[in-house]
Design a protein around this ligand. Structure first.
Ligand SMILES: *[C@@H]1O[C@H](CO)[C@@H](O)[C@H](O)[C@H]1NC(C)=O
Ligand SMILES: *[C@@H]1O[C@H](CO)[C@@H](O)[C@H](O)[C@H]1NC(C)=O
Ligand SMILES: *[C@@H]1O[C@H](CO)[C@@H](O)[C@H](O)[C@H]1NC(C)=O
Ligand SMILES: *[C@@H]1O[C@H](CO)[C@@H](O)[C@H](O)[C@H]1NC(C)=O
Ligand SMILES: *[C@@H]1O[C@H](CO)[C@@H](O)[C@H](O)[C@H]1NC(C)=O
Ligand SMILES: *[C@@H]1O[C@H](CO)[C@@H](O)[C@H](O)[C@H]1NC(C)=O
Ligand SMILES: *[C@@H]1O[C@H](CO)[C@@H](O)[C@H](O)[C@H]1NC(C)=O
Ligand SMILES: [Zn+2]
Length: 925
């Protein structure tokens, strides 16, 4: 699976999981006394191609082997399907007994169906359990078998697609089955459908038979031995690109041209995996490999064996609209991710849902690191550090985090299982896998993976099976590897390593303690970890060797090492290869900062520059250091032009800038202009053919920030470029550029472009861009947003743009909206949506005056808002928390920025100091 909506899930599911855990101690596991080996399944669509209906017929014969004596009943899963008849046959095909419907028992909560038997079955014998039933083709949700529709572009005719999503436990919505990942079997599928449709499934279509009444049955080849959640089929009018017997992408005919890029990518990726794993895709047991796209899906994609399903937007590149670098990176990563699952997940499957990371962590890992080998232009190895590792480190420092591996019996309900599909199983696991790879060396790691995949082909594993293979190929080390592994997989969180140097800069001492973002939130601060230590100093500045020089044992309080000669600086955790933060003593940090401003940043790796920045922002957030120190340190950025450190910087800055008052922002703007001088001089606002991918991303980010914070050069340059140049910016820069243009004098033209645009993607983009306007904010609000030419979704997005893209204008926007709140409520068609808009806006309030105004407003209008007044009151509480946080944490920073911007005599910036140093050097020469 690949998804990007984890933030909300995490919290919602945590709450749900706790609720269920409190009220139920049911056993959701089957503990089967029989093992299924073969499902012979027929699904029949009742409706026609132009109206597929909401019901399907099903028949299934499940071959079972009894593993115990005295089997008097058989327990398996079903969800909302209606059983019509149930028969048990013996191996010879004779009826053992017919089980009346009234005899079957069903437990709703665990979705277990019990088939009682009048006589015990013989142990170690095959039987066949037959069911005839009907089920629902769902239209309102995207689970089990469901239908979605789209309007054909040329004709406007509604077309239907029927497709499946069985992960995690939805196969039971489609057929009665032993719906647990370890209960693998082979599947033989038959699909009965009307003419007009065609069907595809995991395996090859072998034949189609014609029945009466416009009914055709498609017969598919038997699947490899696999889990129930990997079964899939799609019934549609799709057209295939490629060879339907080998490798093909299915999408609606009008999208055919947009799948060329995806097809090219998968043609490269699949053979490459075969090389890396020394086991080809075909050898896994299925010759066929297909993609299908869908307008609606619960995730970005799903790795059904032989039939990966993607949301349309993931794998379609429309020339000139959705074929920018960003989109191509997204496509490439999703394809590599899903293809990895053919090995990690489909062939070698987790024993139980408590080990989701053993599939998702590897898929995420290869997505970036195999991606980096095949498509080096995206520098995914570097991007991983800021996009995934640093990101998940924030989650993993909060009380709501969880360990990668949970005890099996703690994961029972659907909510428990869904909760496992969170950032920890994806990004943290990928970070830990990367740490292992770097510690043991890439060659050893690859060998371990080859042997793990081979040994467990078609099997099910738990973490210790993986650890066996890692240990087998690990170079000799003085540490307990199993403890090292489980410190990070079974415990939550990670350590901060604190570094200081003493004895004339020759002796380095390290200590560890768990990093917590909110030390008072109930998290266990005493956890300790086995920490691989890598470091380099100014003496050798080697940022290539990622083999640990030692493992800092968790029972030791201090680790220490000496140098013969004094050192100027030391950097730990080379390339942020391992999963921890590093807190340097102030004297070392000052030396590092100096080194960063020297030629080529003294060779300090780009990942470490990003790590230094990200760590400092997090230490400040946690109250371990002051933000003033962070802002002083990142003055080094005035010499930084690379995307990766800047990404980390803006990621940290956004928490702070969101809390600065409009008054304080003026000083921040000056600061930002100063530290971006070099990078802005290099990138400018105009795209160039020779840009690297990361330069394109970097310009996008810089222009977005600089123009938003009223950097004069940025706004003038965009304005000039927009006036002189009628060429459309590339798709991935389009929104940023048009937004910046609308912010200055380009509003009318951007709005005209929006009104004229027919491509739906670009229409939304241009709308958001037009909503960045400053000068025409009032008319944009009154005519466009309050008017009735746009959807409620666009109106809401437009209001957010008005103040988020012009943070200094928040008071103006707030007054404009609240002076006539009735009009907004009319335009949005509801008071509850109006409350949502205000609540989102309140998250940007930074002053006591705003808080007071908001509070008065709520009081005055509470009658109009009705029940939604709760939303507003919650938002008001958040304002209090935010303002308090700023008062507590940002005082010194605010003074620092004011002083720095004020008297030059007091606030000499690092940049000017450097300039002075350089010019005095020049004078000497
Ligand atoms: C599966 O069922 C179909 C139709 O019911 C039948 O033709 C086929 O022979 C069965 N397969 C096996 C292996 O029994
Ligand atoms: C199910 O299996 C039994 C026993 O082998 C056989 O008699 C019956 O025809 C099968 N039904 C279907 C629909 O395949
Ligand atoms: C049961 O069926 C399986 C799969 O069809 C077969 O491999 C196995 O030999 C059978 N076992 C017995 C005891 O007949
Ligand atoms: C697809 O591309 C071909 C060749 O460039 C073109 O002739 C055809 O009109 C395109 N089809 C669609 C649906 O855009
Ligand atoms: C796909 O690959 C072909 C052959 O290498 C190439 O000509 C074509 O331009 C590629 N298409 C895209 C969209 O990358
Ligand atoms: C969160 O806090 C509670 C106590 O408030 C504690 O029992 C629990 O272990 C904490 N969770 C984590 C993951 O640290
Ligand atoms: C609107 O679109 C038409 C056709 O694509 C084009 O000729 C015209 O110049 C466009 N107008 C504007 C203001 O961009
Ligand atoms: Zn996945």
């Amino acid at each position: 699976m690949n998804s990007c909506r984890f933030g909300v899930w995490l919290l919602a599911n945590l709450l749900l999981a706790t609720l269920v855990a409190n009220c139920a101690s049911l056993d959701y596991r089957l503990n089967p006394n029989v093992l299924p080996s073969y499902y012979n399944l027929t699904i029949g669509i009742q409706g026609e191609a132009d109206n597929p209906g909401t019901t399907f017929d099903g028949e299934v014969n499940i071959t079972l082997l009894t593993t115990q004596s005295n089997v008097n009943s058989i327990r398996l899963h079903k969800d909302s399907i209606e059983i019509e008849s149930c028969v048990l046959y013996n191996a010879a095909g004779n009826v053992v007994e017919q089980i009346a419907n009234t005899q079957l028992t069903f437990e709703q909560e665990t979705q277990q169906l019990t088939v009682p038997l009048t006589q015990s079955l013989t142990v170690n014998q095959n039987y066949t359990l037959y069911f005839k039933y009907t089920g629902t083709v769902r239209a309102d949700t995207t689970v089990g078998l469901f239908s979605v529709s789209y309007a054909e572009e040329q004709t406007g005719i509604t077309k239907w697609v029927l497709l499946t999503e069985m992960q995690a436990i939805n196969a039971r919505l489609v057929f009665p089955c032993f719906d647990e990942p370890a209960l693998k079997a082979k599947f033989e599928l038959h699909i009965r459908r009307p003419s007009g449709f065609n069907s595809i499934s995991n395996t090859q279509l072998i034949s189609t038979t014609n029945e009466a009444n416009n009914r055709y049955v498609d017969h598919f080849d038997v699947t490899p031995i696999m889990s129930t959640y990997l079964l899939a089929f799609v019934i549609s009018e799709y057209r295939a690109r490629g060879d339907p017997n080998e490798l093909a992408i299915y999408t609606r005919p009008e999208f055919y041209n947009y799948t060329e890029f995806s097809y090219n990518v998968t043609q490269r990726v699949l053979p490459f995996y075969s090389l890396v794993f020394e086991q080809s895709y075909e050898e896994l047991g299925n010759k066929l490999f297909q993609y299908a796209t869908t307008p609606q899906f619960p995730h970005n994609s799903m790795e059904n064996w032989g039939l990966v399903i993607f949301k349309d937007k993931v794998v379609l590149e429309e020339e000139g609209y959705t074929d920018g670098w960003n989109q191509k990176e997204f496509t490439i990563r999703n394809i590599i991710h899903e293809n990895a699952h053919m090995w990690f997940g489909n062939s070698v499957t987790l024993k139980w849902w408590s080990y989701v990371w053993m599939q998702e962590g590897f898929a995420r890992f290869y997505e970036f690191f195999l991606g980096n080998e095949l498509y080096p232009e995206y520098q995914l190895d570097q991007q991983f550090v800021v996009q995934k590792l640093q990101h998940v480190m924030s989650t993993d420092a909060l009380n709501l985090t969880m360990p990668m591996t949970s005890p099996e019996d703690s994961i029972q309900t659907l909510a428990d299982i869904n909760y496992m599909f969170g950032r920890i199983s994806f990004a943290k696991a990928a970070s830990i896998i990367r740490m292992w790879r770097n510690c043991m060396g890439e060659d050893n790691f690859n060998k371990a993976m080859i042997s793990y995949l081979r040994a467990n082909h078609l099997g099910n594993t738990e973490p210790s099976d993986l650890f066996d293979h890692l240990i087998q190929y690990w170079p000799p080390v003085y540490t307990n590897l199993r403890t090292f592994f489980t410190d990070f997989t079974e415990q939550v969180g990670y350590p901060t390593i604190m570094v200081n140097i003493s004895m004339e800069n020759r002796v380095v001492r390290l200590q560890q303690s768990r990093f917590l973002s909110n030390p008072g939130d109930g998290s266990d601060a005493t956890l300790r970890y086995t920490v691989p230590i890598t470091y380099t100093t100014n003496l050798e500045a080697n940022f290539q060797n990622l083999t640990p020089s030692m493992y800092f044992d968790k029972i030791l309080d201090i680790a220490q090492f000496n140098f013969n000669d004094p050192i100027d600086w030391i950097i730990l955790n080379i390339k942020q290869s391992n999963y921890y933060r590093v807190l340097y003593d102030t004297p070392i940090l000052n030396q590092i900062q100096l080194a960063l401003t020297e030629d080529k940043h003294s060779g300090i790796a780009v990942e470490n520059r990003a790590a230094l920045i990200d760590d400092l922002f997090n230490f400040a957030y946690a109250g371990m250091i002051d933000y003033e120190q962070v802002f002083e340190f990142i003055e080094y950025l005035s010499t930084e032009i690379e995307y990766i450190p800047w990404f980390a910087a803006y990621d940290g800055l956004q928490d702070v800038t969101k809390r600065l008052t409009p008054q304080q922002l003026i000083n921040f703007e000056k600061y930002l202009s100063d530290i971006t001088l070099a990078v802005y001089a290099k990138l400018g606002v105009n795209w160039k053919w020779q840009d690297t991918v990361l330069e394109v991303y970097n310009r996008n980010m810089q222009v977005s920030w600089l123009c938003k914070y009223q950097n004069a050069a940025c706004n003038e340059d965009v304005q000039r470029s927009f006036d002189e140049n009628l060429e459309k910016p590339s798709p991935d820069y389009r929104e940023t550029f048009y937004c910046a243009a609308a912010r200055t004098s380009g509003y009318d033209r951007v709005l005209a472009l929006y009104k004229n645009e027919t491509n739906s993607n670009d229409r939304q983009l241009l709308w958001r861009a037009a909503s960045c306007t400053r000068n025409s904010a009032r008319s944009h609000y009154e005519i466009e947003i309050l008017g009735n030419s746009t959807s409620v979704a666009l109106k809401t997005a437009g209001i957010a743009q008005l103040y988020q893209q012009n943070p200094d204008l928040i008071n103006t926007v707030y007054s404009m909206i609240t002076e006539d709140i009735q009009s907004l409520a009319n335009a949005l068609g509801s008071w509850s949506r109006t409350a949502d808009v205000l609540s989102e806006m309140a998250d940007y309030f930074t002053t006591r005056e705003q808080q007071q105004q908001f509070s008065d407003f709520i009081e005055k209008n509470s009658a109009s808002f009705g029940d939604s007044v709760t939303t507003l009151k919650t938002a008001l509480t958040t304002v209090e928390t935010n303002v308090q946080w700023a008062e507590r944490r940002l005082g010194r920073l605010v003074n620092f920025l004011a002083k720095r911007n004020g008297a030059a005599a007091v606030g000499l910036t690092l940049a000017t100091m450097l300039l002075m140093m350089m010019s005095s050097l020049l004078n000497l020469l």
